[in-house]
Structure formats: C-alpha cells, structure tokens
Design a protein around this ligand. Structure first.
Ligand code: HEC
Length: 137
C-alpha cells in the first residue's frame, strides 16, 4: 500500500521541519518574487505556531491530513495555500472538496491520489475544507 511506504518518509520530513524552529513568513515578498528557486528553504516554516486553531485546523491536526499536506509547501498532496489559491471559498466548493476528502481521488493536481477518509463526517470534512480555503485570505 502506498501510504505505508510514504509515511516514514513524510514523517521524517515533518520531523526536520518541526526542528527547524524558525518562524519566517514573507508572504508579500513571496508573491512578488520570481520563484527562481523552488527548493528554497521552506523547511524552516512551521505553520500556525502561534495562531489560535480553528475547528477545521484542529480536526485536521487530529486526522492524517498533515502526513500529506503542509500549509506552505507541497508534500504528497498540494500545499494548503495552493488549494486555497485555486478555489474561492464558496459553499459549492466547500461541499465539492469535502466530498473529495471523504471519497479520495486524483486528477486535479496530478496522478497521485488522496486516500479516502470514510470515517470523517461530512460536517467535519466541511470544517476542514473551510479552514483550508480561508488560508491566506
Ligand atoms: C495519502 C496522502 C493524503 C492524505 C492523508 C490527505 N491528502 Fe488531501 N490530497 C492528497 C493528494 C495527492 C491530493 C491531490 C488530488 C488531486 O490531484 O486531485 C489532495 C488534494 C486535497 C484537496 C484538494 C482536492 C481537489 O480536488 O483539488 C483537499 C481539499 C484535501 N486534499 C484535503 C485533505 C484533508 C482535509 C485531509 C485529511 C482529512 C487530506 N487531504 C489528507 C493527498 C492526501
């Protein structure tokens, strides 16, 4: 199974990120920069270190989402801020993406599939998606 193979890799990435410690965010600078170095030092970013957690964020922390998604950078799945950039925060998008979190699937970002999460209720999935779509807005 794909997940079993990925988990140690991803967890070690998260471990290094967690030990980075630095809290550097330059969102404005980032949006005007030319992105010449995609391998830039994103590992130093520890998202949400001192923000109060929303319900959706808490639910995500309790689930497996962070194994594949980080706020600022692509891991296995797209960066949360990229998802937020792609979809406006509308009830239709929240509904559609909540459905996708529960059913899993691929195609919108590439070949790699998100695992299904049948144990997550529609309500909780919507909280998580609302949180994701609110990032950076
Ligand atoms: C096994 C790795 C993995 C896990 C665990 C995972 N995701 Fe994903 N996620 C992905 C991948 C890969 C994609 C891109 C799918 C695609 O290309 O359509 C994705 C896409 C998404 C999208 C955008 C979907 C779209 O169609 O654009 C949302 C929203 C999302 N994930 C939320 C979550 C939430 C919430 C959780 C936790 C409950 C979660 N993911 C757990 C890998 C994962």
């Amino acid at each position: 199974m794909r997940k079993r193979y990925l988990a140690p890799l991803v967890l070690s990435v998260l471990f290094f990120a967690a030990c980075g410690g630095g809290e550097k965010k330059a969102e404005n600078a980032d949006s005007v920069s030319t992105h010449e170095s995609p391998a830039a030092d994103n590992s130093m970013v520890s998202p949400s270190a001192n923000k109060p957690a929303s319900k959706g964020e808490t639910l995500m922390a309790e689930s497996d989402c962070k194994t594949c998604h980080k706020e600022e950078m692509k891991v296995v799945g797209p960066a949360l801020k990229d998802i937020a950039g792609k979809y406006p925060n509308t009830p239709e998008n929240v509904e559609k993406l909540a459905e996708k979190v529960i059913k899993g699937g691929s195609g919108n970002w590439g070949e790699v599939a998100m695992l299904p999460h049948p144990q997550i209720s529609k309500e909780d999935a919507k909280e998580m998606v609302s949180y994701i779509l609110s990032i950076g807005k």
